[in-house]
Write a protein that binds this ligand. Sequence first.
Ligand SMILES: Nc1nc2c(c(=O)[nH]1)N[C@H]1C(S)=C(S)[C@@H](COP(=O)(O)O)O[C@H]1N2
Ligand SMILES: [Mo]
Length: 528
Amino acid sequence: MTAPTDDTAAEVDPSARPAPSPRRLAAAVGGLAAGAVAVAVGMLGAAVLEVDSPVDAVGGAFIDRTPVWLRELAIDWFGTDDKLALRVGIALVLTGCALAVGVLSRHRIWMGVTGIALLGVVGVWAAADRPGSIGSAWLPPVLGVVAGAPVLVRLLARVHGGPRDTPGPSQAPLGWDRRRFVAASGAAFAVAGGAGLAARGLERGRITRIEESAPEMLPTPVDGAPPIPPGADVVPTTPFVTPNDDFYRIDTALSFPRVDVARWRLDIGGMVGTPLSVSYAELLARPHVERVITLCCVSNEVGGPYIGNAVWQGVPLADLLDEAGVDTAAEQVFSTSLDGWTCGFPVGVARDGRDALVALGMNGEALPLAHGFPARLVVPGLYGYVSATKWLRSIELTTWDRDVGYWVPRGWAREAPVKTQSRIDVPRRGETMTAGRAMIAGVAWAQHRGIARVEVRVDDGEWREARLGDSVSDDAWRQWAIEWDAEQGDHVLQVRATDRTGVTQTEQVRPPAPDGATGYHTRRVTVA
Ligand SMILES: Nc1nc2c(c(=O)[nH]1)N[C@H]1C(S)=C(S)[C@@H](COP(=O)(O)O)O[C@H]1N2
Ligand SMILES: [Mo]
């Protein structure tokens, strides 16, 4: 049987534009309500079972398959809000799917049910695809389908009218009960909202419990960093030590890994004499050192914000490797996080005397969850994507042909030492200056080589040497400043740094991929 279409109404009044038929609209709303129930129940199921939510699993599968150009574009457009952008994108796609499911269901309910089931299949596939996914992660998307499909069937039966609906006083002339439909779909949205809120509450509680499991105080390091001399800080806008809350965050994790610090262990194995497995308490009990190390992201554009400097506290990686006894044939220190992310760097880097750390602390506190609690790697002189594993789970000594880190098959270089770079922080971008004596200032970095010189040029004039802030460590950035007699008009400011090996950063402009952006940071200013 074919229900009379409401479009006949339009024929009666030829002046009317073909308005969306109320039934089609209702069907779409029904699809949306059923979709909302399915997604929210899936999220709630995941929160109760303590597995990745189906939406995050799909997002994670998407992140893992994002080509380099799209990732760069996303970081360019959304910066560190790229995860939020992905969530919004997923929500829009899901909304479109749910509306389509509703419209399709209007005459062929099996098509809508199949549509919901297909979304569930995508959820199950993504859950199974997640590295380190645990057994029950397939269940939440199935629960979502089991909850969403009956809602769809019942709501669409109301749109359809027919024998299941007993005619009531509010029965509309077109043969369906709008008031009941509105009440039923409203109830479905309320259930979805309630389930969604409950899921969010559980997720927040989970994160709070992890954060509260971190120690209030870390042990005093046996080899502490000397206090930062006030002379290290010469840029008014940029603190020499980046506060934890301002430290850039870059990772592929849509939700924080399920850290259980009481049961957590760091395993060191592979090509070693004696594999080690150390608990958090054992790592805390070992002698700690404290080092000032600047961490930066390979995706940072010239002049970009994805760099931070912190006082890291932890156990020297070399001590742990010595204890395990590294096989001479081992080539790579390959590490894996609790969420299945991986990276690797040459064994030589870990043993050339530099202060690579298994860090437990950041700026005087236990590592914040966003920066890798309970433990992470920090290796001076290497970009984060080849070295700085957060939520560290294991370290494996291996060869290059056996394994490569997460980003390598995705178009990034296998080895990635940090490039010598410099950035202008003052004047700020778009700042209008007044004529007269002014300051140009910023940061320069060449981790593990150290900064020897910073020069500044105005409008293709002479390169002039800037005054350097006190050096704290070759592994940390260095601040710089220079006076300038600003004359009225538009000006172009440029900076370049030279490291302690005598090499000046290259002027050649290159994008971040595959191994770090190059070129001089250039700032255009207007002096009024
Ligand atoms: N587990 C995990 N660790 C990770 C990453 C990640 O995606 N997952 N990203 C790396 C990258 S690309 C960088 S630049 C640094 C950033 O560390 P931060 O977020 O503490 O600044 O972490 C590294 N460690
Ligand atoms: Mo990065």
